[in-house]
Design a protein around this ligand. Structure first.
Ligand SMILES: Cc1cc2nc3c(=O)[nH]c(=O)nc-3n(C[C@H](O)[C@H](O)[C@H](O)COP(=O)(O)OP(=O)(O)OC[C@H]3O[C@@H](n4cnc5c(N)ncnc54)[C@H](O)[C@@H]3O)c2cc1C
Length: 399
């Protein structure tokens, strides 16, 4: 039995593995480390549950009544959050009321950094979920844990990529009044294997284990700065371009195959609310910024929030009192956030990159640095050409 027609129709959400009553399905990595379900035909009893729960077999309807906001957390420390801290503000309220929060954590255990979904039940541990991990977060065993909490009457807030939310809802097969979901605007995820290879490469270079890694370090403001912490506690700060893994992630070279045809890179949102960065807020809502007399300090980070259904409205009404919101529109939020209108583009470099990584990450890093050098030279040449000359060239090419 094959659970997916092609790799582009499986997000690796683990709903099929979790629902199988005879444990006939296990998630197995392919040669690039992306997890796919494999069925043991000797154990399989052909009950069909695995295909029934698969979110990719069911189309997600578009959100009909889109309510979109620019938003920031009011009194929460958002320095460790990727954007405006909406997630931690809502999650803190859920925890204070005795609920459980599920999300993605990067954890240093057994000398390795791993990225996986975990359950958090107290505010001290919430820091584990803060911040964007640009890696596929493993959800194995998590959906059954959510189900148990729901059946025990616990309020659950589950956060993740849209395919993980769709996977959870597929697995549950019915609505629970005590479940709230937050999906992220997402442009795709590389495999954990690639991340581990990259971390080992950095560890060899720095002659130290890396005990923490942040893709969205805010010590220099709300942008795409990275930071990694060595065993001796020293932190190395870097720009995305200095890290082959980070820049190739931003270039869309390294994602799981289904990310390039993601059905949720649109207004088809499975989460009760959707959160992301409100990029270029200075262009679409300049009136909201501090420097123009508004209330938002852009340098600390600004979120975009889409309230997708009644449950989303309820979530914001009950647990959103720590958030400041300003009405926006889907068109404005999507103008500089491509992931709200189309999936990432599959580029020919993906094949090259994954093939090189199969051999040795150092080879991939070398390939990346060679390209970076030529990109930098071209950039320097472009910048050195005076604008009038550029305009003449443009008009000639234009003709
Ligand atoms: C892989 C990825 C791609 C993204 N791409 C975009 C984009 O193109 N445009 C955009 O506007 N925003 C994107 N985001 C979302 C954005 O970076 C922030 O996560 C979001 O704005 C929430 O920020 P926050 O300040 O509210 O909270 P934070 O404290 O930053 O929120 C952390 C939340 O993100 C979840 N999370 C972190 N990493 C992962 C992961 N690997 N898998 C699943 N869930 C995870 C946690 O569970 C938690 O709910 C992406 C996030 C990820 C993880």
């Amino acid at each position: 039995m094959n659970l997916f027609v092609s790799k582009s129709s499986c997000s690796g959400c683990t709903a099929c593995e979790s629902v199988c009553p005879v444990q006939a399905i296990t998630m197995q990595p392919d040669q690039d480390g992306f997890l796919y379900p494999q069925v043991n035909n000797e154990k399989c009893i052909n009950c069909g549950l695995c295909t029934k729960v698969c979110a990719y077999q069911h189309e997600q309807p578009a959100v009909s009544d889109k309510k979109v906001f620019a938003a920031v957390a009011k009194n929460t420390d958002i320095s460790k959050s990727a954007s405006g801290g909406l997630f931690s503000s809502i999650a803190t309220s859920v925890l204070k009321s005795g609920g459980a929060v599920y999300g993605s954590a990067m954890i240093y255990e057994n000398d390795h950094l791993t990225v996986k979904h975990i359950k958090v039940e107290n505010e001290n541990d919430l820091c584990l979920l803060k911040g964007s991990k640009y890696v596929h977060s493993n959800t194995q065993g998590i959906y059954p844990a959510v189900l148990e909490d729901l059946k025990n009457g616990k309020t659950v807030l589950f956060s993740g990529t849209p395919c993980q939310i769709a996977g959870l809802k597929g697995f549950l097969q019915k609505d629970y009044i005590n479940l709230y979901t937050i999906d992220l605007i997402c442009h795709g995820v590389p495999s954990e294997k690639l991340f581990q290879q990259y971390i080992s490469f950095e560890e060899a270079k720095n002659k130290s284990n890396i005990t923490a890694y942040r893709f969205r370090d805010k010590s220099q403001g709300w942008k795409l700065h990275g930071a990694m912490t060595l065993e001796n506690g020293n932190t190395i700060y870097f720009e995305p371009e200095e890290s082959s893994y980070y820049q190739m992630f931003l270039n869309s070279y390294t994602y799981r195959e289904n990310c390039y045809s993601c059905p949720y890179a649109s207004d088809r949102r499975p989460g009760d609310i959707t959160i992301g960065d409100y990029w270029c807020i200075d262009l679409v809502h300049p009136e909201l910024l501090l420097e123009n007399g508004g209330q938002i300090d852009e340098h600390k980070g600004v979120s975009c929030m889409m309230v997708n259904n009644d449950k989303g409205r309820e979530l914001v009404a009950i647990y959103g009192h720590g958030i400041n919101c300003w009405q926006s529109t889907f068109e404005k939020a999507a103008k500089y956030n491509r992931q709200l209108t189309a999936p990432s583009v599959l580029k020919p470099e993906r094949d090259i990159v994954l093939k090189l990584a199969r051999n040795n990450y150092a080879e991939l890093d070398k390939w990346y640095r060679k390209r970076l050098r030529s990109i930098k030279i071209k950039r320097a040449i472009r910048q050195s050409v005076p604008r009038p000359v550029k305009n003449i060239v443009k008009s000639i090419i234009g003709k």
